[in-house]
Design a protein around this ligand. Sequence first.
Ligand code: HSE
Length: 432
Amino acid sequence: MEKKVINAALLGLGTVGTGVYKVLKAQREEMEAKLGGVVEIKKIMVRNLEKAAARVEDPSVLTNNWEEILNDPDIDIVIELIGGIEPARTYILAALEAGKHVVSANKDLIAVHGRELLDMAEIHHVDFLFEAAVAGGIPIIRPLKQCLAGNHMEEVMGIVNGTTNFILTKMTQEGMEFKEALALATELGYAEADPTADIEGLDAGRKVAILASVAFNSRVVFDDVYIEGITRITAKDIAYAREMGCDIKLIGMTKNTEAGIEAYVCPMLIPSSHPLASVNDSYNAVFVRGDAVGNAMFFGRGAGELPTASAVVGDIFDIVRNIRANCAARIGCTCYKDVPVKKMADTRNRYFMRLKVEDRCGVLAELTAVFAKYQVSVAQIIQKETKPGEEAEVVVITEEVREGDFRTAMEELSGRQCVHKISSMLRVYGQE
Ligand code: HSE
């Protein structure tokens, strides 16, 4: 219990780094009462010393030399907030190997190299914590590893990307098309200059890999996650979905089934009565189902300077308590199983399909005959009245079916003369 001042080093002073600096400063007075010790930021590694000087009280803490941090035996905690795979991976591995505890918000890295990092932490008996890597300020890693440890988790699904949730909210509430909503998100600072990782679902896919690994105690990596983004969603899809009692959200889904883990990110129809349907704008939420707890939902800010810093500082506090109580590395890697991840074709869902078809007698019968051939049962169907000579638009929601069978039916349909175009195919969450 002797260590009262615990020195930490920040790697990166961007948005989240600045937030962590501010939150630690705001906590300074109370920290000793809360932790029995204080955290001092002894070094901050930045690329541009001059630019960073304006953001800190004492510019002498700034450095651009990693070795200064690595080789300083007084630095106990390294807080990695530079993001990306390299050099973050090399820095974290070296810090762990040197016996330093590490906090990281780096989902790109953890979704790919999580096992290597956690193994290194275990070998050197130090903590590697990453609460901020999934859904920013929302507590979900620690709840899954600790508070919900008495459950067999069955399903973890979430809206884990604020940019796409903002875009879909604008499309839903204001009837905007995707491009217009993206332009607004960019103008308001919700979307980055290059929005690819968000709109193509990659950012959410990394979070799903981490969530699945933690929830089901079996390692799932980014490449295991099937990913579709929101770029093909139209205001028309959303309007039809609403007519059918659903909203469209970019869902990160992971399920623990007897045949293996399902892990995917895609825009899905979810019943408007589901709690996730009311998570709007740039908010995130994670909905979990465990055999003991039943349903539980975690809601809040998934990004941003202070919300993300809140999660990082929570990890730092945990480490300080562990250091003070001499019990570091209490909770490391929790992946003690090796469960296979299912191919997307073997997952089961209900499906929404919008088709342009010839408007003549017998076309619906032809569609349903193809569905029947592949065990696809129709749950809801909409066809609006058309003017003579115009093609008809048919919208179908199916009962639950294996994805591979549904895709085979779709392929056969797209080869039929009466089907002019399959405009959309989306998955639908939940039972009829
Ligand atoms: N770009 C992400 C989002 C935040 O829009 O939610 C960082 O993962």
